[in-house]
Write a protein that binds this ligand. Structure first.
Ligand code: F3S
Length: 408
C-alpha cells in the first residue's frame, strides 16, 4: 500500500503506540483487500459496544487500545450497549454480565468515543454528507449512510471500526470507489401504496434476492417518512448482505436508471408486487399460532416520530398482563419522549421504553419468550436464531392490536 508521510509516521509510532497498532491493523486489512492507499474518514461508528456481541475478546481489544494510550482522532460513536445502562436490573440481566458491560463503557470513555449507544448515529450527531468517506460498522447504519445520504463506507467489522476511528482513516477499497457503487440487479416495485410494513418487507425481499449485490429500485416514489428507509435498509442488510441500494429518482446517486447502473448492467431483474409482498411476509413469520408473549419494536432504534405513533396507539389502552411490550431507542430520544409526555402514556398502558440497547444484543433469550411480535424486518430475520423465539412480523398498528386487553 502506498502510505502518505503522515501515515508512515503513524506506523512508526510517532503518534503513540495506540495509533501505531491501529495503523498496523488497517494496513493488514488494506493489503488483504488489495487497497492501494488509505482514505481519511469523517467519522467512525463502532460495534465494540455490547458484551453479548463482543464477549471477553472484544473487551480485551478495547482495553489493549486503552493501555496503549489510544484516543479517537475523528468523531467515533458507539452502537447499542448489551443492556439498558440504567434500568438493566429490571431486564433480568445477570450481575456478571452487567460488570462486563460496564468494563466496555469504561474503555469507550477512555478512548474518547461518543457514547450514543445507538444504531442510528446519523440521528445522534454524525450527519454524513454526499461523498463523505466513513468507517462505520453496524449494517443498518451503513446501508442508510451509503444509500440515503450518498456517503461512502464499507461494512466495517469490530476492531477495524475502532482502528479507523483512532487513525482517522480506512483502506480505500470496496464502496469507497465509484465503480463499486453502481447497481447490478433491478427490482421493479409495482405497488399502488407502500405502508411502513411494506418497506420492511421490500427490504427483506431485496436482501434475499440481492445477497451482497447492489439493487437498483424502480417504481418507488419518495417515502413520506425517512424512517421507512431506516427499516427497509436494515432488513435488506440482514436477510442479505446489502450495503447500498439505489432508488431511481430518489436517492443521491440515482437521478436516472443510467446513473444508478453506471457502466454495469442488470444481471437479474425482479418484480415486487402484492404477490411478492404477501409471500415474503409469510416467510418472515415463523409462528403459525400460539400466544404472543412479547412485542419488541425499535430495530433500528425508534425515532421520536415512531415513539409518538406508538404512544397514540397505546393511549387509553391496557396491555394484557402476561405480555411484555418494549420500545427500543437511545437516551436522547427517551428524554424527548419524556418531555413530550409520550413516555407516560406508554408506561400507563403497561409498555416500556428501554434505552441504549436492543432486543438482539441484550440477553433477551433469558426471558424464554415462545413467540415475539415485531414491526422490524431485521429483527424478524434474526429472532429465531438470536433470541430463540418464534416470530410474527406486522405493522405497529397490528402489534398493538394483538396485545391490548379488554377494558381500560
Ligand atoms: Fe439496531 Fe439492534 Fe436492530 S443494533 S438495527 S436495534 S439489532
Amino acid at each position: 500500500m502506498k502510505l502518505t508521510p503522515e501515515e508512515e509516521r503513524m506506523l512508526e509510532g510517532k503518534n503513540g503506540k495506540g495509533c501505531k497498532l491501529a495503523m498496523e491493523i488497517l494496513v493488514e486489512v488494506g493489503r488483504a483487500f488489495g487497497a492501494e492507499r488509505m482514505v481519511p474518514v469523517q467519522s467512525a461508528h463502532t460495534v465494540l459496544s455490547s458484551y453479548k456481541g463482543i464477549m471477553d475478546a472484544g473487551i480485551e481489544a478495547l482495553q489493549r487500545f486503552v493501555e496503549l494510550g489510544a484516543r479517537a482522532s475523528v468523531p467515533t460513536t458507539t452502537d447499542p450497549a448489551g443492556m439498558d445502562l440504567e434500568q438493566w436490573k429490571g431486564f433480568k440481566v445477570p450481575q456478571k454480565y452487567a460488570r462486563k458491560q460496564f468494563q466496555i463503557v469504561k474503555a469507550t470513555r477512555a478512548l474518547g468515543l461518543i457514547p450514543c449507544w445507538t444504531c442510528t448515529p446519523y440521528l445522534c450527531g454524525l450527519l454524513p454528507q454526499k461523498g463523505d468517506h466513513l468507517a462505520w460498522a453496524e449494517s443498518s447504519a451503513v446501508i442508510f449512510a451509503n444509500s440515503i445520504m450518498g456517503a461512502r463506507t464499507n461494512r466495517e467489522t469490530a476492531v477495524i471500526d475502532i482502528s479507523a476511528g483512532i487513525a482517522g482513516r480506512t483502506p480505500y477499497y470496496g464502496l469507497h470507489l465509484t465503480e463499486n457503487r453502481w447497481g447490478n440487479i433491478l427490482i421493479d416495485v409495482q405497488m399502488e401504496h407502500m405502508g411502513t410494513d411494506d418497506y420492511n418487507i421490500l427490504g427483506y425481499f431485496m436482501g434475499k434476492k440481492a445477497g451482497t449485490k447492489t439493487p437498483v429500485i424502480t417504481g418507488l416514489q419518495k417515502a413520506d417518512r425517512f424512517e421507512d428507509y431506516k427499516g427497509m435498509g436494515a432488513a435488506a442488510a440482514a436477510s442479505g448482505g446489502v450495503a447500498l441500494y439505489h432508488i431511481v429518482g430518489v436517492t443521491p446517486e440515482a437521478r436516472t436508471v443510467e446513473e444508478a447502473f453506471g457502466k454495469n448492467r442488470a444481471e437479474e431483474s425482479f418484480t415486487f408486487s402484492t404477490r411478492e409482498r404477501d409471500l415474503t411476509k409469510n416467510e418472515m413469520c415463523t409462528a403459525r399460532d400460539g400466544k404472543i408473549n412479547a412485542v419488541l419494536v425499535g430495530c433500528p432504534h425508534y425515532t421520536i416520530t415512531e415513539i409518538k405513533r406508538a404512544a397514540q396507539l397505546l393511549e387509553g389502552k391496557k396491555l394484557r398482563k402476561d405480555v411484555q411490550f418494549w420500545i427500543y431507542t437511545y437516551k436522547n430520544v427517551e428524554s424527548l419522549a419524556e418531555r413530550l409526555g409520550y413516555k407516560k402514556i406508554i408506561e400507563k398502558s403497561g409498555a416500556a421504553i428501554t434505552s441504549d440497547t436492543c432486543m438482539m444484543i441484550s440477553p433477551t433469550e433469558l426471558w424464554h419468550f415462545n413467540t415475539i411480535m415485531t414491526d422490524s424486518g431485521k429483527f424478524a430475520y434474526y429472532a429465531p436464531s438470536q433470541v430463540q423465539s418464534e416470530v410474527v412480523f406486522d405493522s405497529i398498528e397490528n402489534c398493538v392490536k394483538a396485545v391490548v386487553g379488554k377494558g381500560k
